[in-house]
Design a protein around this ligand. Structure first.
Ligand SMILES: Cc1ncc(C[n+]2csc(CCOP(=O)(O)OP(=O)(O)O)c2C)c(N)n1
Ligand SMILES: [Mg+2]
Length: 324
């Protein structure tokens, strides 16, 4: 299996660190009421993004996701400035301030959102898979969804079609164990979510999504398998959300002890241990990267704060696309 090369580990760490610091500051900005609406942080799940999106051909393969979407576009190549400006509703944001937290989007990066309807992106992913096959393209589509989305009717219809038509789709369940305040074992009778693939005669896989080395290694194999066979796969990507569901989450559905225990398997800590044990860096390197990362995040915030709001005359532009 194609494991990450030694020289990929530090870039992976720094990418995940940027995601972590960006989201921590985003949470603070929200509390300071610098922006409104919904805000779902990705803290704890960074290894999923980095492990999956470095396994594809960025800008060629297609990616679609749910509303926990600030980090994935950055891994694909969107700048922190564009994401932060979008969060603050500024005209310099990736969709000119009209999307906000749940609707990051980039046609150039082939990143199609950012969807607030739970499971809404899944049939769209099947549609993208159909387009790839119909036009005989050499691409795949990655569809990220939450564990609670697998009990949506549209999930079933979309996966059934993808299997019957043999479409090049990777359906990645970001299984963080909860849908808002409800534990997955209260809404799904399956112990292994990947077993649901059997009902569609589809390949099912389980991946340790906190270990970026394992995630990248398995995803590289799966992406190339899907590209070659044009068959879909369902992946139970096991992760954990270290923060609340959104910004208003009292967290009564899980104990402090549980969260403390899960922090021991924080994906950043796991990767730091690998890098240190391989002697690829020292403790002071990590401190230095942290400082550099904070500068990037602060630069994004300053840029976003100083950017203009969209002009009122822009209200109808770029809302509908008239294109073949
Ligand atoms: C169709 C629909 N039903 C309900 C909601 C309200 N809702 C928003 S997020 C959420 C939980 C989804 O959990 P999961 O799919 O596991 O994703 P996570 O938030 O854990 O990333 C619910 C029920 C919604 N947005 N859309
Ligand atoms: Mg969930």
């Amino acid at each position: 299996m194609p494991a990450p090369k030694k020289d990929q580990l530090i870039p992976f760490y720094r990418e995940m660190l940027l995601a972590r610091r960006f989201e921590e500051r985003t949470g603070q900005l929200y509390v300071q009421q610098k922006f409104n609406g919904f805000c779902h942080l990705y803290i704890g799940q960074e290894a999923v993004s980095t492990g999956c999106l470095n396994a594809i051909r960025k800008g060629e393969d297609h990616v679609i996701s749910a509303y926990r979407d600030h980090v994935q576009p950055m891994v694909l190549g969107m700048t922190p400035r564009e994401v932060m400006a979008e969060l603050l509703g500024k005209s310099t944001g990736c969709v000119k301030g009209k999307g906000g937290s749940m609707h990051m989007f980039s046609k150039d990066l082939r990143y199609y959102g950012g969807h607030g309807i739970v499971g809404g992106q899944v049939p769209l992913a099947t549609g993208i898979g159909f387009k790839i096959k119909y036009k005989k393209e050499d691409n795949v589509v990655l569809c990220f969804l939450g564990d609670a989305a697998i009990n949506q009717g549209q999930f079933h219809e979309a996966l059934n079609m993808a299997a019957v038509w043999k479409l090049p789709c990777l359906f990645i369940i970001e299984n963080n164990l909860y849908g808002m305040g409800t534990a997955i074992n209260r809404t799904c009778a399956l112990e292994n979510l990947a077993d649901r693939a059997k009902g569609y005669a589809m390949r099912g896989e389980t991946v340790d999504g906190r270990d970026v080395v394992k995630t990248y290694t398995k995803m590289t194999e799966l992406v190339e398998w899907v590209r070659k066979t044009s068959e879909p796969v369902l992946i139970d990507m096991q992760t954990y959300r270290l923060r609340g569901h959104s910004m208003s989450d009292p967290g009564h559905y899980r104990t402090k002890e549980e969260v403390t225990k899960e922090r021991e398997r924080d994906c950043l800590v796991l990767l730091q241990d690998v890098i240190l044990s391989k002697k690829l860096a020292t403790e002071s390197d990590f401190e230095h990267w942290d400082e550099e990362t904070m500068e990037v995040v602060e630069d994004a915030i300053t840029f976003a704060e100083e950017s203009p709001e969209p002009d009122a005359s822009e209200i109808w532009t770029d809302v509908f696309v008239d294109e073949n």
